[in-house]
Design a protein around this ligand. Structure first.
Ligand SMILES: [Cu+2]
Length: 220
């Protein structure tokens, strides 16, 4: 009981301390946290315009990419419903990349990139979202390593239905599977058997019973 009270008191103190911190400047209408901006039209998460990856001495180059997202780009890739206008982009090592996402649909679309260093980007991710027709921009800096980064839209079913791409640094380290216009779709065998101990015992029993029945049939 006492412990619970102490914990509750500590929690209240912690909340109080957080609220007492000086409020960040809000020069714009939108909310702004560390690397995150939100507005009614969309959001940018883990934006980074000046913090260098450990392996970069400076920003090698500024690169701008405009990505169009929408149903109409799926027409070029049979079997897809949503797509970006391109399946791949390549940027130089240590470049500062500014992406503008142009959403041409009346549904939410995202341009989410995975695999960035976690010491700079929460969850190793850069995330751009536009909630309807319109556009949004954000910036991140890539490390020097030759690497292929996965890009997709995280709205349920959009990546599965084609909204998937890759961003390579210095040509990347191999294509990812199932990228429309870039690589083949992988069909996993859903009936693949896992040969663990239980399966082996079961197979043994089935074999033994079969052999016994066979003997009986021969003798009968
Ligand atoms: Cu989408």
């Amino acid at each position: 009981m006492t412990a619970a009270l102490v914990a509750a008191f500590a929690a209240v103190l912690a909340v109080g301390a957080g609220a007492a911190e000086p409020a960040a400047d809000h020069p714009h209408e939108s909310h702004s946290m560390e690397g995150m901006q939100m507005s009614a039209a969309g959001m940018v998460m883990n934006q980074n315009t000046d913090r260098l990856p450990k392996d970069c001495a400076n920003i090698a180059q500024d690169v701008t990419i405009t990505v169009h997202a929408g149903r109409k780009y799926a027409a070029a890739h049979p079997g897809t419903t949503y797509a970006y206008d391109r399946g791949a982009w390549d940027v130089p090592p240590c470049s500062r990349v500014t992406v503008t996402l142009v959403n041409e649909d009346h549904v939410r679309h995202q341009w989410m990139l995975h695999g960035l260093p976690r010491y700079l980007y929460t969850e190793g991710m850069f995330h751009l979202e536009v909630s309807g027709p319109g556009e949004g921009s954000g910036t991140f800096i890539v490390p020097s390593v030759k690497k292929t980064y996965l890009v997709h839209c995280d709205v349920p079913q959009h990546a599965e239905k084609g909204m998937k791409a890759e961003l390579t640094v210095a040509g990347g380290d191999g294509d990812l599977p199932s990228i429309p216009g870039v690589s083949a779709t992988i069909e996993l065998d859903p009936y693949r058997v896992r040969w663990d101990a239980a399966m082996l015992v079961l197979a043994g029993v089935v074999g033994l019973v079969g052999a016994m029945l066979g003997f009986r049939a021969l003798r009968g």
